[in-house]
Design a protein. Structure first.
Length: 225
């Protein structure tokens, strides 16, 4: 398949074709499926890539009838290029417009034709509590240990480094007295459920412009979405 030019689109895509990379239970994948089924997200998931075999997200994807492939996890630490190719090769063949790192824990090297077309969601407010080793409950426990009063999630364009790349949007939630990591995680995930579909919709509407470290959200065109 011919490579698609990199970067966010300047015109709307309807429906937007998504490649979704998963590493765990697939709750973010399920949220997308539910919103697509409800008609609140104008998208189609054309490929799911699992970071390793045997994860619950694979069963979710197969139950939904989605095409699934498993990355070459044996090469994750020894050959990053080969590992990344095992992720982006099937996604490229699927014709996906946008790639989502939806709870995907592995570092990837983004091919040139996917620059500006890969989005990650992080369960914290970048640049706090992010980077290598900060994922899942570790992020929430670190926030609690530091004593922050708010936490939240960040949706950003991914780069070749952990939790790096221009921020598209962030949503905040309060940190309450008596919170533990589990309670805070549940509250943050509710924010994630809203943030990622919102970012996808902005991308699909052609409203995102990357300007250095900033992502500018341009006004909707008259008569557009």
């Amino acid at each position: 398949m011919t490579a698609t030019p990199s970067g966010p689109p300047s015109r709307p895509i309807s429906p937007i074709r998504l490649g979704v990379c998963v590493s765990g239970g697939g709750t973010t994948l399920q949220n997308l499926l539910d919103r697509i089924a409800a008609g609140t997200l104008d998208a189609e998931i054309v490929r799911v890539v699992a970071g390793r075999p045997g994860i619950a997200a694979i069963a979710r994807a197969e139950k939904a009838g989605l095409p699934v492939s498993v990355a070459d996890s044996a090469r994750q630490r020894t050959d990053l290029d080969a590992f990344s190719a095992s992720i982006f090769g099937p996604i490229r063949e699927s014709g996906a417009d946008l790639v989502l790192l939806a709870g995907f824990l592995a570092l990837v090297r983004i091919p040139e034709d996917f620059k500006g077309r890969v989005v990650n969601i992080h369960p914290g407010l970048i640049p706090s509590f992010c980077g290598k080793g900060y994922y899942g409950g570790r992020v929430h426990q670190a926030a609690l240990d530091y004593g922050v009063k708010v936490s939240g999630c960040t949706v950003h364009f991914a780069s070749d480094e952990y939790d790096e790349g221009p921020i598209i949007l962030q949503k905040t939630v309060p940190v309450l007295e008596g919170d533990d990591a589990h309670a805070l995680a549940a509250r943050v995930f509710e924010a994630e459920r809203e943030a990622l579909p919102e970012a996808i919709a902005l991308y699909a509407a052609g409203r995102l412009r990357i300007e250095g470290r900033r992502v500018r959200i341009v006004p909707a065109s008259p008569g557009g979405r």
